[in-house]
Design a binder for this molecule. Structure first.
Ligand code: EPZ
Length: 379
């Protein structure tokens, strides 16, 4: 066994490079089981658990080519839907192949993970979730055996407690299940978001937000509702003062021009621009009421948005990953658009001069926190 010999007391200086995250790499590797097409993953760290997962995929039927952190995997056919004890006894994340295998091949035989220095690592929540998706599960001789002869079907699943690999396992199973699956109390670690991003790139439709807006007059918002629906959001009038808004997959870009009522309100233009930074395609947003109402474009660009201004038009190229940044609220509606952008951005955004927001939005941070946003006010 190798040893490290460390002599202390020497100050550390200079650049130090990070590697790709193991706990993002493992579910990404397991996700390649879901398709017969090739998947190319970059910045996969060269660590033992990753090598074990790659060997496991080869055993199952994959061809794996590794070149300097870039891994190309293709599972044209699942030859053997099994994760044997000898191979996975040192890797607790072996349960990550259970969901994809039963979803793709209709059966899986996966060794139970062994004991672990950090405490028991049960997978009862993975199993209960898979059963809800329609799998029949048995445990014998240290193995989990799961079958789904009729395939899996979507279900509403609520985890009793948050589990990272459990969430990943079930998301992977659910993307091949018939119908919609809703997972409540899901883990939200960056590695879970990474997996969701990969699955979306592979063609999955992963449920976005689901909001119920109360105390509004739907009719007053008909221009906005029409645009949201054209972009692919599901907007339903629950009753005369309640709207439910859902986005189950990536929205499409839709051009918009502001106009007097009942047209699209200029006061929603900035917020709409934040939305279009996330939609697929290019949206042309035209401001016809005020001359200088694109101040937010520059701040959104600082967060990574791709927006070009031409006179009274903003051309927004969508699907740009926004990243948290320090930004300045310039007016009331611009500030609201920065809050929205911050909600989808990776990392932390600090929005300065929120007194602009306070002029027109009552307790915006409390309302958003109430539906799960991580937002707080600094004095
Ligand atoms: C993941 O483990 C990580 N592993 C761990 O990283 C990490 O420490 C852990 O999440 C917490 O962040 C990988 O991503 C491969 P859990 P996981 O299921 O998914 C209980 C490292 O050092 N539970 O979120 O196995 C469980 O006992 C490793 O890189 C059940 O009761 O952790 C624990 O108390 C170590 N039943 C809690 O939930 C279940 O079915 C959280 O575990 C599943 C979990």
């Amino acid at each position: 066994m190798d040893k490290f010999v460390v002599k202390g007391g020497v100050p550390l200086r200079g650049p130090i490079e990070t590697s790709g995250a193991k706990n993002s790499a493992l579910p990404a590797l397991a996700a390649t089981l879901l398709t017969d097409q090739p998947v190319v993953l970059r910045r996969i760290p060269h660590v033992r658990d990753v090598r074990t997962m790659q060997r496991l995929l080869v055993d199952i039927g994959a061809t794996v080519d590794v070149d300097n952190g870039c891994v190309r995997i293709q599972v044209s056919r699942v030859r053997s839907p099994e994760a044997p004890y000898e191979l996975v006894k040192t890797m607790r994340a072996s349960s990550l192949v259970l969901g994809p295998l039963v979803a793709r091949a209709g059966r899986a035989r996966v060794s139970l993970p062994g004991g672990c220095g950090i405490g028991a690592r049960p997978i009862n929540l993975h199993l209960a979730g898979l059963e809800q998706l329609g799998a029949q599960i048995q445990q014998a001789h240290g193995y989990i055996e799961a079958v789904a002869p009729q395939g899996l079907r979507g279900a509403a699943i609520r985890f009793e407690r948050i589990t990272v690999t459990g969430t990943e396992d079930l998301i992977m199973a659910a993307v091949l299940a018939q119908g919609e699956t809703v997972i409540e109390n899901a883990a939200r670690e960056p590695e879970v978001a990474d997996l969701a991003d990969l699955l979306i790139k592979m063609g999955a439709r992963i449920t976005g937000g689901d909001l119920t807006v109360t105390g509004c007059v739907p009719e007053h918002n008909s221009a906005l509702i029409t645009k949201l629906q054209a972009a692919g959001a599901e907007v339903t009038e629950v009753d005369r003062s309640t709207l439910r808004v859902r986005a189950e997959s990536v929205l499409r870009s839709v051009d918009m021009s502001t106009a007097e009522y009942p047209g699209f309100a200029t006061d929603l233009q900035a917020q709409y621009m934040a939305l279009m930074t996330q939609a697929e395609g290019i949206a042309i947003i035209e401001e016809t009421i005020f001359e200088n109402r694109f101040m937010h474009a520059q701040e959104l660009a600082r967060m990574g948005a791709n927006i070009r201004l031409e006179g009274n038009q903003a051309i927004v190229a969508g699907r740009k990953e926004l990243t948290g940044a320090g930004v300045i609220a310039s007016d009331l509606r611009a500030s609201a658009s920065l809050v929205l952008a911050a909600l989808v951005a990776r990392g932390e955004t600090v929005i300065d001069r929120v007194y602009h927001i306070d002029r027109g939005y009552e307790k915006i941070e409390e309302k958003l926190a109430g539906v799960g946003a991580q937002i707080r006010r600094l004095d």
